[in-house]
Design a protein around this ligand. Sequence first.
Ligand code: BGC
Length: 350
Amino acid sequence: MRALTVEPLKPGTARIEDVPDPVAGPGEMLVEGLALGVCGTDREIAAGEYGWAPPGRDRLVLGHESLGRVRTAPADSSFAPGDLVVGVVRRPDPEPCGACAHGEFDMCRNGRYTERGIKEIDGYGSELWTVETGYAVKLDPRLADVGMLMEPMSVVAKAWEQIEKVGARSWFEPKRVLVTGAGPIGLLAALLGAQRGLEVHVLDLATEGPKPEAVEALGARYHSSGMREVTARIEPDVIVEATGVSSLVFEAMAGTASYGIVCLTGVSAAGRRISVDLGAANRDMVLENDVVVGSVNANLSHYAAAAAALAEADHDWLSRLITRRLPLDRFAEALEAGPHDIKVVLDIPQ
Ligand code: BGC
């Protein structure tokens, strides 16, 4: 079968190659790959900046935003041939640490977790893949064209869970959320804010194109002016930061209302220095009981929450997020971010 592979930490090594068909082991399903979402992490891996090959190998099958159709499933499982499924990204560390032992592998303490298509285990960018039934999630068949949004949705479902858990330490009835960055994570975070009945604001640099349109279609407000001016005007109770841009991260910390929560979801490039008044930020955070929380990845409970959120969402709105679809062999184009891209999807021809 054909697979999209890369040699991690070596830029420009992504290619389609013929690899042996996978064989489902005990407790595993064989799945026909339908589509793959492409995200910033895939672009970083392809650029040689991130990623780990499986032990003893040079190349890794890329892809963690999966969508596939079950070909074979164990008879005693809750899956059947034809089911639409998504594979979970992370697996617990081998030790396992306390968090992994409790199924909270998204909170792994020792960093020895593995991730399909990212860290030491092959991803889902192939015509066929196998997955353990315990690490697969069944999707509503109506989501066949947008189901690869499940993985980013799971990441956002976890971020909102974190915000709610942090908020629950005292009285918490948030009214306004500001999302910075109108990429897939930002827009899905905005969707979950709208599903919670909040007044949703989204800030991004784009002044036209699909991003402002998607925000407006959600009934949310779009801003492309400066962060400080926007936070001063709307005083958000919650900020979901989805750009990883250092200046925005810092301005988010300083820009919430009292008892504000900033949830950081963007992985920034290291090495860019900005000069900030940390003393003023500290004073503001202490005097307002503010919290900044980082959030990454998702465990099975977040996938379940994501499946429910996708089922509740307007299908046409979800489709708007997919701004380019290309066949797998045009992966190189997909790995280049276009100016108006939200989500780029690679279709895996059958
Ligand atoms: C993925 C996460 C993963 C993270 C770090 C993200 O792109 O969505 O599942 O944990 O990268 O590797």
